[in-house]
Ligand binder design. Sequence first.
Ligand code: F6R
Length: 248
Amino acid sequence: MKVYQEKDYEQVSRRAANIIAAQVIIKPDCVLGLATGSTPVGTYEELVRRYQEGDLDFSAVHSINLDEYRGIGADHEQSYRYFMNSHLFDAVNIDKKNTFVPDGMEQDSEKACRDYDEIIRAHGGIDLQILGLGHNGHIGFNEPDDTFAKGTHCVKLSESTISANARFFASMDEVPKEAYTMGIRSIMQAKKIVVIVNGEGKKDIVKEAFLGPVTPRVPASVLQLHPDVTLVGDEAALSEYQGSILKG
Ligand code: F6R
C-alpha cells in the first residue's frame, strides 16, 4: 500500500484529485467508483476547479457510486444522488446518464441489489474506486459483520453510523436506518483504490484497518489484500500509522 501524508485537508484533497485526474487523463472513458460523506468534498471541489480551468474532461467518464439510503429519493437533500449532483455532476461535463447511484426508492431490495450488480458487471468493473473510512471501519455501508458481504446488499445501519449521520437530519426519526451498498467483492475487484482520511477522529481506525488483522469486524481491513491501494491522509489521521509513509 502507498501512503501519502499531507499537511492539511486542502493538500489531502489536492493529492486525491491528482490521482483521479491522472486516471481520467490516461483513460478518458474510465469507470470511477465514487463515495459521498464529508471527506471527499474537497477532492470533488478540486476536480471541479480543474474542469473549469479546462484541464479535465469528464464527457466519456462513467461513475458508479458506493451506496444510497433506502427510502429517500434523488430530490431529497440528504440522498447520495443529490450529494453527487451538487458536489460534482452538475458542475462538470459528465453525462448524467453515465452516472449510477443505487435506487433508494426501489422497495424491492433484491431487485435493487441485482440491478446494481448488473450495472457494475456491464461496465466491466471499476477502474478507480474512491473510499472514505467509517469510524467503525466501514467502507461504503459494509458494516462490521461476521463475514464479508460480496455483492450489492441492503444493510441495517449500525447505531454508530446512524448517530454519525444524525447531524444531517432534522430529527432522529428521519435518519435512514437502511441503505443499499456495493459489496466488498465489487470494491476489491476495482483495479485501483484510493482511501481518503482526514482528522484526528480517524487515527485509531486507520491504525486498526491498515495495520491490524484482516477481519470482517473491521471491513476496511480487507483492503490490505488488494494489490493497488493508496491511502491519502492528513497528519492527524495518520498520526497512529506506523508503516512507511510518503510525505506530501
Ligand atoms: C459514503 C460512504 C461511507 C463514508 C464514511 C466516511 O458513500 O461510503 O463509507 O465514506 O462513512 O464518512 P466521512 O467522510 O463523512 O467521514
